[in-house]
Design a protein around this ligand. Structure first.
Ligand code: AMP
Length: 396
C-alpha cells in the first residue's frame, strides 16, 4: 500500500511516498519557495536527486506538481495517482479536540481552522495542503490529519493548566498542549518494543533534542507531562528559542526597548536560545566547534542546554515516582554523544548511568546505559514521516 505523507509549511510542501507494507520510501522531496518563485527537489529511491526551478504561485499548484513528478514516465515511481491509497498530513495544532489521528472530514477541517490562532504559521498551510490534495486526487482518497499535539492530550489538568485567571482558559483555550507528539509517540513505542518491555507500568522520559527540543514524561505508554506549552517556545532553551524564562522579562524588555508584541515574539522565537547566548549560531555542530576553540559564550550556551535538560529529566522522574527508560532522539539526541553523556552524568543518584563505550559511534537504535544502570537509556532515531504513514495506514 502506498501512502503519501505531506508536511506543508507556509512556503513549502515536503513530501514522502511510502510503500508501507515493505516499509520503504519510494520517493521524497520538497516543493519549496511557494508564493515566492518556486523550487522543486525530488529524490526517487536509488536514483540521483533532481532539482529544478518551477513556478509555484500557491500550494494547489505545488501539490499538483508533486503528483505530476511522482507519476512522471521517466523519473516517477508510480504510474497513476490512483496508486496512492491515502495521504497523511502533518498538522501542527489540534487543540484539545484530538488525542489520535483522524480521517479528515468537514468537522476536522473546522477544528484545524478553529486552531489557526494557536498555530498561526502552520495550521493555515496544513489546511491548504489538505484541500489541495483533495482537489488533485481521485474523489474519496482518504486524507488523514496527524496532529503534533495529539499524543500529549492524555496529560492531566494539573500538568496542562497555567496559573492564570481561569477565564483565559475558558475564553482562549490557553493551556499547555505540547508538540513533537508524533515523534514522542513513535520513539516511546519503539523503545518499549526494542527493549522487549510492556508499556503497562513503564515510566519513560523521551528527549527529542533537535533544532526545536522537547521532553515528555510517558507512563503506561501515555503522555503525562511535556515541556513545550501553548506554543513550541516553552521548555528547554533551543536553537533560536528562549525556552522557559521569567515571564516578567517580556514586559521589562518591551518597556526598556520600546518593542511591540510582534517584535518580542520574533526576538524570543528567532533570535534567542543558544544562538542568542553564544552569538555563534543555532547549529550544535558550530557551537561545539566554537567551544572547542575556546569561545566561552558557545560553551555557556551548551552548558545551559545540558543543565536545563537535566532539570527536566529529574523533575519528570519525580512527577512519575521514578523512571525506567530514558530515550534520546532527533538531530542532537541521535548524533551528539557528549550532550547525552553530560545530560545524564549527574543523574546517577537516581540510577541512570551511561556506558561511555556504548554511547559513541551509534548508527541506529542502541542501548547506551551501563550494565549496572537501573534506568535503561536508549537512542531511538525518530522518523516522523514513517510514523505518519503508519498511523494513516492503521486508520484507513
Ligand atoms: P533536527 O531539528 O532534529 O533536524 O536537529 C537539528 C540539530 O541537530 C542541529 O543543531 C544540528 O547541529 C544537530 N545535528 C544534526 N545532525 C548532527 C550530527 N551528525 N552531528 C551533530 N549534530 C547534529
Amino acid at each position: 500500500m502506498n501512502i503519501l505523507v505531506i508536511n506543508c509549511g507556509s512556503s513549502s510542501c515536503k513530501f514522502q511516498l511510502f510503500d508501507v507494507d515493505k516499509g520503504i520510501v519510494l520517493a521524497k522531496g520538497n516543493a519549496d519557495r511557494i508564493g515566492i518563485d518556486g523550487k522543486l527537489s525530488y529524490k526517487p529511491a536509488g536514483k540521483d536527486e533532481i532539482e529544478k526551478e518551477v513556478s509555484l504561485p500557491d500550494h494547489k499548484v505545488a501539490v499538483k506538481l508533486v503528483l505530476a513528478q511522482l507519476t512522471d514516465p521517466e523519473t516517477g515511481v508510480i504510474s497513476d495517482v490512483s496508486e496512492i491509497a491515502a495521504v497523511g498530513h502533518r498538522v501542527l495544532h489540534g487543540g484539545k479536540y484530538y488525542s489520535e489521528s483522524v480521517i479528515v472530514n468537514d468537522d476536522v477541517k473546522k477544528v484545524i481552522r478553529d486552531c489557526f490562532d494557536l498555530g498561526p504559521l502552520h495550521n493555515p498551510a496544513n489546511l491548504i495542503g489538505i484541500e489541495a490534495c483533495e482537489a488533485a486526487l481521485p474523489a474519496g482518497t482518504p486524507q488523514v490529519a496527524v496532529f503534533d499535539t495529539a499524543f500529549h492530550q492524555t496529560m492531566p489538568p494539573k500538568a496542562y493548566m497555567y496559573a492564570l485567571p481561569y477565564e483565559y482558559y475558558e475564553k482562549y483555550s490557553i493551556r499547555r498542549y505540547g508538540f513533537h507528539g508524533t515523534s514522542h509517540r513513535y520513539v516511546s513505542k519503539r523503545a518499549a518494543e526494542f527493549l522487549g518491555l510492556d508499556t503497562k507500568g513503564l515510566k519513560m522520559i523521551t528527549c527529542h533534542l533537535g533544532n526545536g527540543s522537547s521532553f515528555a514524561a510517558v507512563k503506561d505508554g501515555k503522555c503525562v507531562d511535556t515541556s513545550m506549552g501553548l506554543t513550541p517556545l516553552a521548555g528547554i532553551c533551543m536553537g533560536t528559542r528562549t525556552g522557559d524564562i521569567d515571564p516578567a522579562i517580556v514586559p521589562f524588555i518591551q518597556k526598556r526597548e520600546g518593542k511591540t508584541a510582534e517584535e518580542m515574539d520574533t526576538l524570543m522565537n528567532k533570535k534567542s536560545g543558544v544562538l542568542g547566548v553564544s552569538g555563534v549560531g543555532s547549529d550544535f555542530r558550530d557551537l561545539a566547534k566554537a567551544a572547542g576553540e575556546g569561545n566561552e559564550r558557545a560553551q555557556l550556551a551548551l552548558d545551559m542546554f545540558v543543565y536545563q535538560g537535566q532539570k527536566i529529566i529529574g523533575s519528570y522522574a519525580a512527577a512519575m515516582g521514578g523512571v525506567d527508560v530514558i530515550v534520546f532522539t532527533a538531530g542532537i539526541g541521535e548524533n551528539t554523544w557528549n550532550i547525552r553523556e553530560q545530560m545524564i552524568a549527574p543523574l546517577e543518584f537516581m540510577g541512570a548511568k551511561i556506558d561511555p563505550a556504548k554511547n559513541t559511534g551509534i548508527r541506529s537504535e542502541a542501548v547506551i546505559s551501563a550494565d549496572d544502570s537501573k534506568v535503561k537509556i536508549v537512542v531511538i532515531p525518530t522518523n516522523e514521516e514513517l510514523a505518519i504513514a503508519q498511523e494513516t495506514q492503521a486508520l484507513i
